[in-house]
Design a binder for this molecule. Structure first.
Ligand SMILES: [Zn+2]
Ligand SMILES: [Zn+2]
Length: 142
């Protein structure tokens, strides 16, 4: 075993993969969180590029509303939706910050990034109106 391999101790293991690039993202995000500067990630070129791609692929349509059969493409100001939500929250899964997909516990490939409207986004971030996040436990399907 070469000494170089010892550096892999800190690599994050995702599924069966040991990925050094993921480690880089992880460290970057964790540093931002520590410095309370996570907003910088959302201003990064990589994120903006990925976000634009997701918005375009999903036609600026809220994916949560869509699952309920409702078409929501505009915000309250009549502008096309611009918000992309991380199914795996960045603070919890920094390694997935720039991942379009993730593999769930059943081994299925799922969308990690969803176009969302403001109302749905608030709900997804714990601001539930009721006591239970009833229907939203189904996010894995989207
Ligand atoms: Zn919505
Ligand atoms: Zn979100």
């Amino acid at each position: 075993m070469s000494s170089g391999l010892l550096n892999l101790n800190h690599v994050v293991i995702i599924g069966h993969n040991v990925n050094v690039i993921m480690q880089g993202i992880c460290e970057y995000i964790n540093q931002l969180i520590e410095a309370d500067e996570l907003w910088k990630f959302y201003k990064s070129k990589d994120w903006i590029r990925l976000k634009r791609q997701v918005l375009s692929d999903q036609h600026h349509e809220c994916q949560v509303c869509k699952a309920k059969g409702i078409v929501t493409r505009y915000d309250e100001n009549g502008k096309l939706l611009q918000t992309v939500h991380h199914v795996n929250h960045v603070r919890v899964h920094p390694e997935l910050a720039l991942s379009r997909y993730y593999v769930d516990e059943q081994g299925h490939k799922q969308e990690n990034l969803l176009t969302v409207c403001k109302v749905c986004h608030n709900r997804l971030h714990d601001r539930f109106e009721g006591s239970k996040p009833s229907g939203f436990m189904n996010t894995e399907r989207w």
